[in-house]
Ligand binder design. Structure first.
Ligand SMILES: [Mg+2]
Length: 247
């Protein structure tokens, strides 16, 4: 079955349900980044590079979550665990698909926290999402944009429109925002929409994200994937895939 027909079937979001915030999955999954076979047959075939925003172009929101958890006396990983509970239908998912407003989100999210045994402030958690731009990633993006198609694939919410992403928007041919299209990572249709708008097939694309769960469907569709933790490592991996210097 082609990736396109998979997406058309609507599908498979459930395949990934429950994995979003699994620290075991994220922390212990086999690291494929040094597997040369993974890069075989790429090079000239790459026509597009797709980028996540938070934790890729910017510093990791998870560091900011951890800091908020420390400040607020919450268990380490509490917010990530909260978001991993009913990950396709919880308050966070509804907000990112634009199905609820920020005002509707706050009481729902805080109630989910209370049910999980914690007390938090939704606005404070959301403000932790504002990471710092990574200049070296912007430079890599700029160089990719000189030769290849580029797309931003971001799970966001409407009030994030006037954020730092605007400062890098010029380097993207297309910007796909969950809050505008009503789809979000890791829904396969979200990735297919990006490829369609860029005029490439998934097997001609590289995708960078800081979450393994978001990379899994992209890889299943045929994309080369890079899990971003250390920016320098990620840029070196991207250079190996596109075949030109990015710094
Ligand atoms: Mg991210």
């Amino acid at each position: 079955m082609s990736p396109k027909s998979q997406a058309a079937r609507g599908h498979q979001v459930g395949d990934y349900r429950g994995v979003w915030g699994s620290r075991t999955h994220l922390g212990k999954r086999k690291d494929l980044r040094n597997d040369p076979a993974r890069y075989a047959g790429r090079g000239d075939d790459v026509k597009a590079v797709l980028w996540d925003f938070g934790g890729v172009i910017t510093t990791s929101p998870f560091d900011a979550f951890a800091e908020y958890e420390r400040r607020s006396g919450l268990e380490p990983g509490f917010i990530r665990a909260l978001n991993a509970t009913n990950p396709d239908s919880n308050a966070w998912a509804l907000l990112e698909r634009g199905e609820i407003t920020l005002d509707e989100f706050a009481p729902l999210f805080e109630a989910e926290a209370a049910r999980a045994g914690g007390t938090l402030s939704a606005p404070e958690v959301l403000s932790a999402l504002d990471g710092e731009i990574r200049p070296e990633m912007v430079e890599a993006l700029r160089r990719c944009h000189e030769r290849l198609r580029t797309g931003l694939l971001t799970n966001n919410f409407a009030s994030m429109e006037a954020t730092s992403k605007d400062s890098v928007a010029e380097h993207f041919d297309v910007v796909i925002e969950s809050s505008k299209v009503g789809l979000r990572k890791p829904e396969a249709a979200f990735y297919q929409l990006a490829c369609d708008r860029l005029g490439v097939s998934p097997c001609e694309a590289v995708f960078l994200d800081d979450l393994g769960i978001n990379l899994k469907p992209a890889r299943a569709m045929g994309m080369a994937t890079i899990k971003v933790s250390d920016p320098a490592t990620a840029i070196a991996e991207l250079e190996a895939l596109v075949g030109f210097e990015l710094r």
